[in-house]
Design a protein around this ligand. Structure first.
Ligand code: COA
Length: 329
């Protein structure tokens, strides 16, 4: 059996920065409230003519460059997103066309956990011998699904994309993965209309049902339970313990969630990565964007052990334990 290892990492962020003060100019909120309740200071927002696959293409090109590969070298593309360019075709197909890939391409939709589910699909394809080089992209333009007059949600999200190249390797890069879903609570975090339940109509648009709706406190409680539990399960599946972790890299949704998780796991806060201040919640992109930040800042060393941990609508959650096998920058 081949192992899967990360050989390329890339990121792409839209150019427009929207600060808390910018939001406070149009909705009843304040920089102070947003910073103290979430840790977010600013976020990036897609341009009017930019799509999720455009963000993904930027990240994917950077990851290919980092891996030293050409589009023709890739034999599978997996895209994690919950803000697809359109209902069909898949964002992965649109991205495949933009990149000039010729391989099979498909989307994975698990809300903010999409990247971890996509990573599982990619690693499994390599481990089974069905693929040797897989491009895994987490891309979201969730601000396209946000009601910017709803202060409970509009302050939380930002847009972006991150990507990994995974290759067959004699070194085990992807160690254990734990995934979970609980489909009994869809109402906690959902976009009610636009699917087969409530097709688009004047009424659904007038009622704002195409926007993201969230019970923030329920999501918070779920996240601080799910992250420690899935991290421990994935570590156990890897034959490792919390002490072996160099970095815990959770989905970036709220600094208070990250702090609570660090306390519950008794991890020093400086080992729990955070860049939420500058990016907000970028959904499927947040984990590869976090890894890219650590990598490009020279903070990752060959042999480091990373726990990549996601949670989100569904409900879904998951953790991937990864040994960093790239040479030091
Ligand atoms: N600015 C100012 N006030 C706001 C506000 C904003 N942007 N958003 C909410 N409020 C108000 C509420 O209306 C409420 O006012 P009230 O007491 O008069 O009713 C008050 O602030 C407290 O609201 P509450 O919902 O209890 O705040 P909170 O401390 O739970 O923080 C979240 C709200 C959304 C920041 C927090 O619950 C959270 O981060 N949850 C997780 C969300 C998440 O991670 N989602 C993505 C998952 S992938």
């Amino acid at each position: 059996m081949s192992f899967a290892a990360i050989t390329g990492v890339g990121a792409y962020l839209p150019g427009r920065i929207v600060t808390n003060d910018d939001l406070a100019a149009t909705v009843d909120t304040s920089d102070e409230w947003i910073r103290t309740r979430t840790g977010i200071r600013e976020r990036r927002i897609v341009a009017a003519d930019e799509t999720t696959s455009d963000l993904g293409a930027g990240a994917a090109r950077a990851a290919l460059l980092d891996a030293g590969l050409e589009p023709d070298d890739i034999d599978l593309l997996v895209v994690g997103t919950s803000s697809p360019d359109m209902v069909m075709p898949s964002t992965a197909c649109l991205l495949q066309g933009k990149l000039g890939l010729t391989c099979a391409a498909f989307d994975v939709m698990a809300a903010c956990t999409s990247f971890i589910f996509a990573l599982q699909a990619a690693a499994s394809a390599i481990e089974s011998g069905r693929a040797r080089r897989v491009l895994v992209v987490g891309a979201d333009a969730l601000t396209r699904l946000i009601d910017f007059s709803d202060r409970r949600t509009c302050v939380l999200f930002g847009d972006g994309a991150g990507a990994f190249v995974l290759e067959a390797s004699e070194e085990q890069g992807v160690l254990g993965i734990d995934l979970g879903s609980d489909g009994t609570k869809p109402e906690v975090l959902q976009v009610p209309a636009g699917g087969s339940t409530m097709p688009a109509s004047h009424e659904t648009v007038d009622a704002g049902l195409h926007f993201l709706q969230m019970n923030g406190q329920e999501v918070f409680k779920f996240a601080v339970r799910a992250i420690p539990a899935t991290t421990k399960k994935a570590l156990a599946a890897s034959g490792l313990a919390l002490d072996d972790l160099t970095w815990l890299i959770p989905h970036q949704a709220n600094q208070r969630i990250l702090d609570t998780v660090a306390d519950r796991l008794k991890l020093p806060h400086e080992r729990v990565f955070s860049n939420i201040e500058l990016l907000g919640n970028t959904s499927a992109a947040s984990i590869p964007l976090a890894v890219n930040d650590l990598y490009t800042s020279g903070s990752l060393r060959r042999g480091d052990v990373l726990a990549l941990v996601g949670f989100g609508a569904g409900l879904t959650w998951g953790a991937a334990i990864v040994r960093w096998t790239k040479e030091d920058l």
